[in-house]
Ligand binder design. Structure first.
Ligand SMILES: Nc1nc2c(ncn2[C@@H]2O[C@H](COP(=O)(O)OP(=O)(O)OP(=O)(O)O)[C@@H](O)[C@H]2O)c(=O)[nH]1
Ligand SMILES: [Mg+2]
Length: 421
């Protein structure tokens, strides 16, 4: 028996704006990433349009003339969805929707939509719903709810129509309810974490589709879902692993990053990403076969910085080496990035080197040290807590004496940070 797929593919037009500040090449790369996102969401991109303009048009984003031109294309080619690479203002959405008479989705909306369809656990669902409502709130107009109901599909997989129909006040109430729920989940997680205090923690982080879950599965014999689509993983999974060392090691797979990740999504995924925050070591996986792998690397570093993980010990794991023919690329990364290793998680290439690096870093001798801070240097105090195991804190008038345990390198890092203040 042949089963007919019920899924209807939406026909999408992708639109990006190139202003004076950006190069054509970069805008096109962003657009091809948008295409991957839209494929992941189940749309087929029929057109990819780049409009050059000195500045953003406040009413129509790409300018009224260009918008009218696109309206014709849309009509003639049966396009039912228009996706913009940058976030639009509510006014731009309203004007464009009126002109195109089609559904308009922006990059954040698209990412939220993918997250919504991928969220499986209570935590992920709560996090995505919160981010969606916050995204939706300023965009909520009568016209919007009406149109989204009319079209359905991508960009409208909101937290349920009944909630969309109700007014902003109800959405605000829901937002504060979800925030409380997440706080509860976060506390649960923290309690769990405390129970794992005597474990050493490794966290796998990186750009989406870099091969994090594939590496995780390889290191733990787990069976986490991995596929060639963006955001296959939304929840962090944690397992224990055994190396030769006596230490008990926990390793976590985490959600991937991408450029222009909606800020409210990052904020609501804080509890999941705490795995990275509290890790003793981060394995930063990078898809070396991607043309823009160095951009990806920077995006991940920036995002890690946002929640204060930039001073963690990190191994840069350049993955998918089986796809690389140009040997100089490997030389280049080895010479450019300290603590890096080139592997293939899928083919199992060079995994032994990676394991050795992990062991070396974890096995570094732990030293005890102390540092005296002025009472006003609270920022540094929280960094010490993040980087090291604080064994005692003593207050004396306007100074605080911290005693801590950390490996040699981290201890030196803390001292350096202190000198900067
Ligand atoms: N050729 C090759 N493909 C790989 C390698 N590692 C992973 N892949 C493929 O890359 C795709 C993405 O892998 P995942 O492990 O799902 O990547 P991820 O980083 O967990 O992705 P998200 O969870 O979506 O952020 C899959 O199709 C993998 O089979 C590798 O070393 N070589
Ligand atoms: Mg994954």
């Amino acid at each position: 028996m042949i089963e007919l797929s019920k899924k209807i593919t939406e026909r999408a037009m992708l639109v990006a704006l190139q202003t004076k500040k950006q190069s054509r090449e970069l805008v096109e790369e962003h657009l091809s990433e948008l295409e991957e996102l839209s494929n992941t969401a189940g749309a087929e991109s029929i057109f990819k349009i780049v409009q050059s303009k000195s500045s953003i048009d406040p009413a129509f984003y790409i300018g009224k003339g260009k918008a009218e031109e696109l309206a014709m294309l849309i009509e003639l080619n049966d396009i039912n969805l228009v996706i913009f690479d940058d976030d639009l203002t509510p006014v731009q959405v309203r004007n464009l929707e009126k002109l195109f008479n089609r559904k308009i989705v922006d990059r954040s909306g698209l990412i939220l939509d993918i997250f919504a369809s991928r969220a499986k656990t209570r935590e992920a669902k709560t996090q995505v719903e919160l981010a969606q409502l916050e995204y939706m709130l300023p965009r909520l107009t009568r016209a919007w709810t009406h149109l989204s109901k009319q079209y359905g599909g991508i960009g409208t997989k909101g937290p349920g129509e009944t909630q969309i129909e109700t007014d902003r006040r109800l959405i605000r109430t829901r937002i504060s309810h979800l925030k409380k729920k997440l706080k509860g989940i976060e506390t649960e997680r923290e309690t769990q974490s405390k129970g794992r205090k005597d474990f050493v923690r490794i966290s796998i982080a990186g750009y989406t589709n870099a091969g994090k879950s594939t590496l995780f599965n390889l290191l733990t014999n787990a069976d986490v879902f991995a596929e060639d689509k963006l955001f296959a993983t939304l929840d962090s999974t944690t397992r224990t692993i055994n190396f030769n060392s006596k230490e008990k090691i926990l390793i976590s797979d985490t959600v991937g990053f991408i450029r222009k990740l909606p800020p409210n999504l990052v904020a609501s995924f804080k509890s999941t990403l705490n795995e990275v925050r509290y890790a003793d070591l981060i394995l930063h996986v990078i898809d070396l076969s991607h043309q823009y792998y160095e951009d990806h690397l920077k995006v991940v570093e920036e995002t890690l910085k946002e929640f204060g993980s930039e001073h963690k010990r990190e191994i840069k794991v350049f993955n998918k080496v089986d796809l690389i023919e140009d040997k100089s690329k490997m030389e280049y990364v080895r010479n450019t990035y300290a603590d890096s290793v080139v592997i293939s998680a899928q083919k199992g290439i060079n995994i032994i080197s990676l394991m050795k690096m992990i062991e070396n870093i974890l096995g570094e001798s732990v030293v005890e040290d102390e540092i005296e801070l002025g009472i006003e240097q609270t920022k540094l105090a929280s960094q010490i807590h993040e980087l090291a195991e604080v064994t005692s804190v003593k207050y004396d008038h306007d100074t605080v004496l911290f005693k801590f345990k950390a490996n040699q390198e981290v201890a030196e890092k803390i001292k350096k940070l202190f000198l900067k203040y």
